[in-house]
Design a protein around this ligand. Structure first.
Ligand code: MN
Length: 240
């Protein structure tokens, strides 16, 4: 039996769900069964998670600043409150179950906010560093454009086994204050937080880049991330 990976969808204006094929392809390739969740299911999260083995928080639009005690800064992008609601509910419920979670791009931001952290709503206007890199690349989605330095002794280092990797970058938001139970496991050379993991959960990892696009382009490190997540989900399934 393969593990079922619940994947949150990206919202369109009429709240249609859409998901880049790279997510489901990467989950399938790693041996999992992708299950894309629509909006409006927050009341039924317990039942949905009871038939799931892992939660993948996908990329997409900005998180409403109300969720981290802020008001919109001028460069805040599009927000979909309905997506925030279902993802925050799912994340809290998955954490309570100690279910494996993998966050990608918006997913790292959502996880951080769910655990009490805050975000830069727009790094170009709010993160003041002369070293700031370009985090909204114009290169194709599978192309790596900046480096990420990985800390010692954490799940990301265990998976990747390298101190530095090259990643793609499609974000204008980033973690500011880190959620209490999270730890920073990777940063880019300008100090932007690029990966976090939970301090005590068996597998709860989130990255600011898009490994699903890199995996599709053949990147071995990105494939390792999906393999580790699906493997943790299979372990969870067997022990549940
Ligand atoms: Mn980046």
């Amino acid at each position: 039996m393969k593990p079922i990976i619940a994947i949150t969808a990206c919202a369109e204006d009429d709240l249609s769900s859409r998901l880049n094929a790279a997510y489901s392809k990467s989950v399938l390739e790693a041996g999992g069964i992708p299950m894309i969740l629509p909006f409006g299911v927050e009341a039924d999260v317990a039942q949905i998670l009871s038939i799931s083995d892992g939660l993948l928080l996908s990329g997409g639009h900005d998180v409403h600043p109300f969720h981290f005690g802020a008001e919109p800064s001028p460069k805040l992008g599009q927000i979909y409150p309905e997506r925030d609601t279902v993802e925050l509910t799912l994340t809290n419920a998955a954490i309570a179950r100690q279910m494996p979670i993998f966050g990608i791009c918006r997913g790292i931001q959502l996880l951080n906010v769910a655990l009490g952290g805050t975000l830069y709503q727009d790094i170009d206007s709010e993160y003041h560093s002369s070293k700031l890199l370009k985090h909204t690349q114009q290169a194709a989605r599978g192309v790596a454009t900046h480096y990420v330095n990985i800390e010692q002794d954490n799940v990301l280092m265990q998976i990747v086994e390298r101190e530095q990797i090259a990643v793609n970058s499609y974000h204008h938001q980033a973690i500011n204050v880190v959620g209490e139970t999270l730890k920073v496991v990777a940063k880019s050379n300008d100090g932007i937080i690029e990966a976090v993991s939970h301090q005590s959960l068996p597998f709860c990892l989130a990255v600011q880049w898009h490994p699903e696009e890199q995996a599709l382009a053949g990147d071995e490190v990105a494939k390792k991330l999906f393999n580790a997540f699906v493997e943790a989900s299979l372990k969870y399934k067997r022990e549940a």
